[in-house]
Design a protein around this ligand. Structure first.
Ligand code: ZN
Length: 168
C-alpha cells in the first residue's frame, strides 16, 4: 500500500530506512509537496530474479554459475563505470543499464543499437512497475543522448520484445 508524505526529504528518509531493511521502493511526485512511496519487493527477491548483480559498496560482482558472457560483461560494465545504487531516478537507472549493456556489446564486437535497452526495460517494467510507454519514453531519451538510433521503428521493436517477455 502506498504511503503519502508531505515533504520530499521525509519521503526520501523513509526510502533510505526501507533500503536499510532490504526493501526496494519507488517515489512518485503527486504535485505540490505531496509524495507517494510504494514498497516493491525486497532486495533479496531482486537478487534472486536478476541474472547478475554488481554491488558498488564492495565492488563485488555476483553471478549465477552459468551466466552468459554477455551477462558477465554487463556486470563488469557496471563496475568499470562505477555505477551507483541507492536512491536513483528512473532515468539514471536506465542510463546505467544502457551503459553496462553497451559495454558488453562493444566487448563482444556486436553493433551497439537499440537492443542495449533490453535490460533497462526489464528493470523499469519488471521491477519498478513502469508502464511500457513510460519505460520507452525514459529509455528513448537516454538512447538519443547516447546517439543510439531510436525512431518509431526501434520503439516498435522494443514493444514487440516486451510482449514476448510477458508471454513467458
Ligand atoms: Zn545491469
Amino acid at each position: 500500500m502506498p504511503i503519502t508524505f508531505y515533504s520530499k526529504p521525509e519521503a526520501l528518509e523513509y526510502i533510505r530506512q526501507q533500503q536499510e531493511d532490504g526493501h526496494l521502493s519507488k517515489l512518485e511526485h503527486l504535485g505540490g509537496s505531496k509524495y507517494q512511496v510504494t514498497l516493491l519487493g525486497t532486495i533479496k527477491d531482486y537478487e534472486a530474479s536478476a541474472k547478475g548483480l554488481y554491488r558498488p559498496e564492495s565492488g563485488e560482482i555476483v553471478l549465477p554459475h552459468h551466466a552468459s558472457t554477455r551477462i558477465r560483461l554487463h556486470e563488469l560494465g557496471h563496475k568499470k563505470y562505477e555505477h551507483e545504487t541507492g536512491i536513483l531516478k528512473m532515468s539514471k537507472l536506465a542510463e546505467q543499464e544502457i551503459e553496462a549493456e553497451s559495454f558488453a556489446y562493444e566487448k563482444m564486437g556486436k553493433p551497439v543499437d537499440y537492443r542495449v535497452a533490453i535490460p533497462a526495460i526489464a528493470l523499469l517494467v519488471g521491477i519498478f512497475e513502469k508502464t511500457e510507454d513510460e519505460a520507452l519514453d525514459i529509455i528513448g531519451e537516454v538512447l538519443k543522448q547516447k546517439e543510439i538510433q531510436f525512431t518509431n521503428v526501434e520503439r516498435e521493436k522494443l514493444e514487440h520484445f516486451m510482449d514476448e517477455l510477458r508471454e513467458k
